[in-house]
Design a protein around this ligand. Structure first.
Ligand code: ADP
Length: 398
């Protein structure tokens, strides 16, 4: 699979982009436009050959952000006309029950992405805005949408159906969709490669632990369960999200504390998780504080790891045979404390962590289980941009 792809991740107030070579994963340029629509103006950081070029830019909207991006390419390189782009790949958060695969974007696909905004009001409108301006800016290139949810559309009904009134659920499209699919797809395939097997022959549990976090049970290359649901709020404890909670907490806060829906949404999505428990969102700070004897930080870390352990147990039950537990994203790749905490006491499931291998710092994919461990434990750096580039090329038939 070869070709260079401009990968675009358009958020509500930021635009991230990369020009990436799908053959070897080299990023020729990486950029970030921040504070789109912000009162004090925005900023662009464009990195080429390891050198970061920063400047203040006026970016009232996504069109201006895209213009700032092309201006940065013109000034600092590489030359977008000469680099040989074959496609623009767009990250789209919610593909609903409609998109089980990446698709080339036409007017109809864009309309559906916009229509799915009621399921992802924070993300899809911004994704669609990025697509619209990119199609204007690069009219001669095919544009491909790669959905965070698509990998999980293979989940069986028993895993994706909530036990609520079926008519209400159908009418409002309430089911479990799952997110981080691009990462789970990439990482589970890399894990199979490390195990020297075809993806079809491997069962893994992937723990994507970044600011947002989700677990995924992958049987033979196919997602059969994942911890995020209708929205990214369900499942694991995260930086600022509660993860699993009794839904009656919401009624209680509404009726007893008089909080509005928006206030509760803000509480559970932005002020909970390890931040709500300890005042610290960043895992590095949390671990440091716990090690220094801060009790709230210690408890937050324990709760975080206990939730992980419960999901390893649940997904072991769902899969039957597990070949590997795979850790990825900022925390999964870098925190030996979290990996050890997540797997503590799980030798009963055939999972044995090698302490020295777990502690060793590395940026490489690696196996950190003891030689005798029946289940392998892998650390695999994720690369969502490369996966988007590869899927974009696959869609256009490259
Ligand atoms: P995002 O979901 O925003 O893409 P990342 O995958 O970059 O997030 O992960 C961010 C998290 O990774 C933060 O909580 C940060 O503390 C954590 N992290 C990064 N480096 C380390 C490290 N060396 N040790 C522990 N945690 C780390």
């Amino acid at each position: 699979m070869s070709g260079r792809v401009l990968v675009v991740n358009s958020g509500s107030s930021s635009l991230k982009y990369q020009v990436i070579d799908a053959a070897d994963g080299t990023a020729l340029a990486v950029g970030l436009v921040e504070r789109i629509g912000g009162a004090g103006g925005g900023r662009i950081t464009h990195t080429v050959d390891g050198e970061a070029h920063r400047s203040d830019v006026d970016v009232p909207d996504h069109g201006a952000a895209m213009a700032a991006m092309t201006a940065a390419f013109a000034e600092h390189g590489p030359d977008l006309d000469a680099v040989g782009l074959v496609a623009v790949g767009h990250r789209v958060v919610q593909g609903g029950a409609r998109f089980g695969h990446s698709v080339e974007i036409d007017d109809d696909a864009l309309a559906i992405i916009e229509e799915l905004s009621d399921l992802a009001p924070l993300h899809n409108p911004a994704n669609a805005a990025g697509i619209r301006v990119a199609r204007e800016q690069f009219p001669d290139l095919p544009h491909v949408a790669v959905f965070d949810t698509a990998f999980h559309l293979t989940m069986p009904e028993v895993a994706h159906t909530y036990a609520i009134d079926r008519e209400v659920a159908e009418q409002h499209r309430i089911r479990r969709y799952g997110f981080h699919g691009t990462s789970h797809a990439y990482v589970s395939r890399e894990a199979a490669r490390m195990l020297g097997k075809a993806p079809e022959d491997v069962n893994v549990i992937v723990m994507h632990l970044g600011n947002g976090a989700s677990a995924c049970a992958v049987r033979g290359g196919i997602s059969v369960d994942t911890s995020m649901g209708l929205t990214p709020l369900e499942g694991l404890v995260m930086g600022t999200r509660s993860g699993d909670i009794d839904p009656a907490v919401v009624f209680h806060l509404s009726r007893t504390a008089g909080m509005s829906t928006d206030e509760i949404d803000d509480l559970l999505n932005k002020r909970s998780g390890v931040l709500g428990l300890s005042g610290r969102q960043d895992m590095r700070d949390l671990v440091e504080a716990a090690q220094a004897g801060d009790e709230a930080a210690s408890l937050a870390l324990e709760i975080y790891c206990y939730r992980l352990r419960k999901y390893v147990g649940a997904y072991t039950a769902a899969l039957g045979r597990v070949d590997a537990i795979v850790f990825t994203a900022g925390i999964g790749e870098n925190s030996p404390e979290v990996r050890a905490g997540a797997l503590a006491g799980l030798d009963v499931l055939g999972i044995e962590l090698d302490d020295a291998a777990n502690e060793a710092r590395s940026r490489e994919a690696r196996d950190i289980a003891t030689p005798g461990s029946r289940v392998r434990v892998l650390v695999v750096p994720t690369n969502e941009e490369l996966e988007i580039a590869r899927q974009s090329i696959e869609v256009i038939g490259g």
